[in-house]
Design a protein around this ligand. Structure first.
Ligand code: HPA
Length: 268
C-alpha cells in the first residue's frame, strides 16, 4: 500500500467515526460555492478538515475548509467546503487527499465545482458551465509516486462522465459545456496567455480541479465537473479579473447552482 492510499484510509476511518459512513457521493465546493450547501440537503454534522489526518489548513478567503455529512433525500453526501490548492504551497498529493479520502470512504461519484474565468463571450457571468474535458497546465500529477491498486497510467478519456453530464443537462436544459484549463496561479493570466489558451481549445480557466479529477479517475470514481463563471477572462473586459469579483459572483449564484447539484444528486 502506498502513502496516499494509507493516508486516505486513515482519514476515512476518522471520518466514519466523526460523521458516520455510507456515503454515496462527495461534493467539493470551490470558491464562491459556499451558499450551494443549503440547497444540497440537511447538514447532519460538520468538522474542520484540519481535524483529520493529512489535510493542510486552508487560508484563502471564501474557502471554509470543512467537511460535512449532508442528507440529500435518501442519499448521503460527503461535502467539502473549500479545497486545497497548489498555489498555497501544497503538493499534488495534498491537493488530492480529500478526493482520495472520499474514495476510501466509499464514494463512487465526485462532483468537483470551481470558480472559473470564461473564455467564451457568450458565457453568462454567474452561470454554471459543465466541464467536458480539461487541459492540465499545472505541470503536476497526483499519480506521480502513487499507486492505488490500479494502473498508474490512468486513462483520462471521458474523465468527466458523459452519464453525469447528461443528468445535469436534464436538470438544466441548454446548459453550456466547455474545456477547463487548470493553471497553478495564484496570479491571474495575462491577456496573451488567455489568447494562447483559446488557441489550445480552452473555454474556461481556473486554478483547481484538474488534479482532483485525475486522482478521482485513478481511484475509479465517476466525475462531474461544474464551473461557475465568475468573470470573463483577462483581456476580454477593460478591468481584468479580481478575487473580489470572483467572490461576489459566487455569492450571487450559490443558491441557483446548488439547486442544479441537488437535481443531479436526486437522479444518481
Ligand atoms: N482565471 C483563473 N482563475 C479564475 C478566474 C480567472 O479568470 N476566475 C476565477 N478563477
Amino acid at each position: 500500500m502506498t502513502n496516499a492510499q494509507r493516508s486516505a484510509g486513515e482519514a476515512a476511518a476518522q471520518l466514519a467515526d466523526r460523521l458516520g459512513g455510507d456515503f454515496d457521493a462527495t461534493v467539493v465546493l470551490g470558491t464562491g460555492w459556499d451558499d450551494a450547501v443549503a440547497q444540497l440537503g440537511e447538514v447532519e454534522a460538520q468538522i474542520s478538515t484540519a481535524e483529520l489526518p493529512g489535510f493542510p489548513a486552508s487560508r484563502v478567503e471564501g474557502h471554509g475548509g470543512t467537511v460535512g455529512a449532508v442528507a440529500a433525500g435518501d442519499r448521503r453526501l460527503l461535502v467539502y467546503r473549500g479545497r486545497v490548492h497548489l498555489y498555497e504551497g501544497n503538493t499534488a498529493a495534498a491537493v488530492t487527499h480529500g478526493v482520495r479520502t472520499a474514495a476510501a470512504a466509499g464514494c463512487g461519484v465526485v462532483v468537483l465545482t470551481n470558480a472559473a474565468g470564461g473564455l467564451q463571450p457568450h458565457y453568462r457571468v454567474g452561470g454554471p458551465v459543465l466541464i467536458s474535458d480539461h487541459i492540465n497546465l499545472t505541470g503536476a500529477s497526483p499519480v506521480e509516486g502513487t499507486e492505488w491498486g490500479t494502473d498508474r497510467f490512468v486513462n483520462l478519456v471521458d474523465s468527466y462522465s458523459p452519464r453525469l453530464r447528461a443528468l445535469a443537462a436534464e436538470v438544466a436544459p441548454g446548459i453550456s459545456d466547455g474545456v477547463y484549463a487548470g493553471l497553478r496561479g495564484p496570479h491571474f493570466e495575462t491577456p496573451a496567455e488567455i489568447a494562447m489558451l483559446r488557441t489550445m481549445g480552452a473555454d474556461l480557466v481556473g486554478m483547481s480541479t484538474v488534479l482532483e479529477a485525475i486522482a478521482a479517475r485513478h481511484c475509479g470514481m465517476e466525475v462531474l465537473g461544474v464551473s461557475l463563471v465568475t468573470n470573463l477572462a483577462a483581456g476580454m473586459t477593460d478591468e481584468g479579473p479580481s478575487h473580489q469579483e470572483v467572490l461576489d459572483a459566487g455569492a450571487a449564484s450559490g443558491v441557483a447552482v446548488g439547486r442544479l447539484l441537488r437535481g443531479v444528486i436526486d437522479r444518481l
